[in-house]
Design a protein. Structure first.
Lengths: 273, 433
């Protein structure tokens, strides 16, 4: 091994397929993310469509979660992270210093890999967002928001009799639906999901997938997943990431049946990943 | 030795069996050492507590003499003025002496009478004085009054000096022993709950000396220390852990906090003397200054413990809150702090326990003085329990040996109560995860 060898930097691979959509909700252009000296994603450009599920797939460490976290500036919480490029949402670059992250995150909600309900009651978990954003004028309105959010997350029937119990007492799948309900309570426009089913069993996963299908009528959803079957089941559009590059974007049917790029094909067919 | 590929399963098993024996041996040694270490610790604790309790338990009871005292107007206030000055300066000792003479009418001669008077604590007149000043209507009445016996009588009654010992060692003459026996037989002299020890401040007379002054001094000092060091320490920890950028400057602060935790406590005392008393002109011997010094002393402990409590809160909770659109302050106040609070309380317990036992820095700021009055406020002269222990351990009277241990018992009870409260609070705040 040569000690002085410079790390080999491969040229940025151009994205295959159409990254644009008509009337996009968010427009990302040439987004780069560095963690310290290491570049995690390179020149990613993609549009996020309204009322549609965009699945991001790719091998571990390909940068799909990193990109997802750019969309609500969760990368701000990592001190060494640096994001460049343009992410336009509602006509404004969210990277702008004047963009209020609190406001952004109320419009772009997020569901994490591991269910992470607050160690408070089920009611308080869902009521937290409306409370801090001042969405409910009084208690009855708050009750209404909580009830509706739990209903839309498909959790109401299971928890309606025990809203005062801690959210952490629920099963894993229920906890994840609680986290989705918590996000819905703020009434966001985009929901980001970072491998939301990776800690769940197949039955709980199926319920979440049904829920995602339900929610896409109203929300733009971006989901990162390791399961290609899941991507195929829930998404209408798929983006394939490889080592920090966005390799291919296209309608989900096409990506899974007739990928254009060799790397995409290799991944889809299970040659690596 | 055979390489693995050519070794038969049997040979391998033989080697494994041999290694197993070695493993069992080392495991047994480790366990034995552990048991030994724990036993030594338990033995040391029980030895220490046993010795202290054996020495100090007797102090919670004291010999009292019950005498019928005549509040003779001719002695208290011969001129009949009833002014507070006259009442405060009257010769109450004479009333006690008269009561003793009444009890033993046969005793005559100065030397014999002096021996008789020695049976009762020389400080007893103070309680008479207080009673009369508080209620002058007592004058002219006769009341049965219980007052502490002298410390040599007390030790004799408790069997701490041998009846047959030489007079010099026994500190009671044969005549006095006879009187004590008579008083005991009559039920006039007996052991009772030691009100002086728990109710009085310091005194040169062992039978009048009490821990109340030191106890209140400790309470005032530690109360203020907790009020200052917990909020400041928690605020500093939250800022450093959750808000400040990580750079050289914060690294420097972190190193300094860690170093501060290792600074000998007497240095903090010198600092307190120079800054709080010298520069700011605060009163000497005051719990206020003691609390400020102890705050400086406990702050590093509280900060370090609070920071590790914050570090232990899983990052997923922060992400959840931030992802909901909570601001950083909301994230910390609503989610992180409640989860970190039990750990912070543990840090505060450790800090306060250290502060409670500190005496060196308080010596520097004058909390070592001989203070009879029980402190009433933060600026009154006071001492604290460990310093009281230190002071009494130095006194020549033998009766102070028991009082030193008694003060240690009070200190330990204080410590246990304080820790139990903190543990109770911690358990109440602890959230099931």
């Amino acid at each position: 091994m040569l000690m002085n060898a410079q790390p080999e930097v491969a040229p940025v691979r151009a994205t295959v397929g159409d990254v644009t959509v008509p009337n996009p909700l968010m427009t990302c252009r040439n987004v780069d993310v560095w963690y310290g000296e290491k570049q995690a994603i390179r020149a990613v450009s993609i549009d996020i469509a309204r009322a549609q599920v965009l699945a991001m797939i790719g091998p571990s460490g390909c940068g799909k979660s990193t990109f997802l976290r750019c969309l609500n500036r969760m990368n701000d919480t990592i001190p060494s992270a640096r994001v460049t490029g343009e992410i336009v949402f509602d006509g404004r670059d969210i990277q702008n210093k004047r963009q209020d992250v609190v406001q952004l995150r109320s419009r772009v909600g997020m569901v994490f890999q591991k269910p992470n309900p607050f160690p408070k009651s089920i009611f308080e978990n869902v009521a937290y967002g409306p409370r801090i954003h001042g969405l409910a004028a009084d208690r009855s309105e708050l009750d209404e928001i909580v009830t509706e959010s739990l209903k839309r997350a498909g959790l109401w029937d299971e928890v309606k009799d025990r809203l005062a119990q801690p959210g952490t007492s629920l099963s894993g799948g229920q906890q994840q639906r609680l986290c989705i309900a918590r996000t819905l309570a703020v009434n966001p426009e985009v929901i980001l999901m970072d491998e939301p089913c990776s800690a769940l069993d197949p039955i709980a996963t199926a319920r979440i997938e049904d829920l995602i299908d339900e929610l896409r009528r109203t929300y733009a959803i971006v989901i990162v997943t390791h399961s290609m079957q899941q991507a195929a089941r829930v998404s209408q559009r798929t983006a394939y990431f490889h080592l920090g590059d966005l390799i291919e974007v296209g309608p989900t049917d096409k990506i899974f049946t007739n990928p254009s790029h060799k790397l995409t094909e290799d991944y889809i067919t299970g040659r690596f990943g | 030795m055979n390489p693995i590929s050519t070794r038969t399963p049997k040979e391998t098993q033989l080697l494994v069996a041999r290694s197993l024996r070695r493993r069992y041996r080392s495991e047994f040694t480790f366990r034995a050492l552990g048991v030994l270490a724990v036993s030594l610790g338990v033995l040391a604790v029980f030895g220490l507590f046993g010795k202290i309790i054996a020495d100090g338990a007797s102090v919670f009871r004291q010999s009292y003499v019950t005498l019928e005292v005549n509040y003779d107007p001719a002695v208290i206030d011969p001129e009949g003025q009833r002014t507070p000055e006259a009442l405060a300066t009257a010769d109450y000792q004479a009333l006690i002496k008269a009561a003793l003479r009444e009890k033993f009418p046969g005793v005559e001669g100065r030397a014999n009478l002096r021996e008789l008077y020695q049976l009762v604590s020389s400080g007893s007149f103070l309680s008479l004085q207080r009673a009369v000043v508080a209620d002058p209507r007592l004058i002219g009445t006769r009341t049965r009054l219980t007052m502490p016996a002298d410390d040599s009588v007390d030790m004799f009654i408790k069997g701490q000096v041998d009846r047959n010992a030489p007079v010099a060692e026994r500190r009671l003459t044969d005549q006095q022993v006879a009187w004590v026996d008579r008083l005991t037989a009559a039920g006039i002299l007996k052991l009772q709950l030691n009100r002086e020890f728990l109710g009085n401040g310091d005194s040169r007379d062992p039978e009048q000396a009490g821990v109340r002054g030191a106890l209140l001094g400790s309470l005032l000092t530690l109360g203020l220390t907790l009020l200052l060091s917990f909020p400041i320490g928690v605020a500093a920890a939250i800022y450093l852990e959750e808000f400040s950028a990580r750079n050289r400057f914060t690294d420097l602060i972190e190193i300094n906090i860690n170093n501060l935790a290792a600074v000998p406590s007497i240095v903090f005392g010198l600092l307190g003397l120079a800054v709080f008393i010298g520069l700011f002109g605060m009163p000497r011997s005051a719990p206020l200054v003691g609390a400020l010094v102890l705050t400086l002393l406990t702050l590093p402990t509280v900060i370090i413990a609070s920071r590790s409590a914050l570090k232990a809160v899983p990052p997923s909770i922060r992400e959840a809150a931030l992802g909901m659109g909570a601001s950083q302050v909301q994230t910390v106040m609503h989610h992180v702090l409640p989860l970190a609070l039990p750990g912070m309380l543990t840090g505060a317990i450790i800090g306060m326990a250290r502060a409670l036992g500190e005496s060196a820095p308080l010596l520097m700021i004058g909390m070592v003085a001989f203070i009879v009055d029980v402190p009433k406020g933060l600026t009154d002269a006071a001492t604290v329990l460990p310093v009281q222990v230190f002071l009494w351990s130095d006194l020549p009277e033998r009766a102070f040996v028991a009082r030193t241990s008694g003060a240690i018992i009070v200190l330990l009870v204080f410590l246990v109560v304080m820790n139990a409260t903190a543990v109770y609070l911690r358990n109440r705040f602890e959230k099931r995860w």
